[in-house]
Design a protein around this ligand. Sequence first.
Ligand SMILES: [Zn+2]
Length: 73
Amino acid sequence: MPREDLYAQMYRVDVDKVRAVKRALTGKTTCPNCGKVNPADKRICKACGMRLYPVEEENDRMYLLEKLKGKDE
Ligand SMILES: [Zn+2]
């Protein structure tokens, strides 16, 4: 099972949101179509033009980011 799926189960959230946090932490995102690593702030793959990830809510991303960093807010 991919680690993103594991986190999604642990925190009972959508796996897309876990991927969003991973992007924020690593500064990178991998294209689901061709596998090319793109900067996290890019929404379109520079190699194949595929949309890299769905639009997520900023609040959700920050919430999860804090959880994964182990902070209580
Ligand atoms: Zn691509």
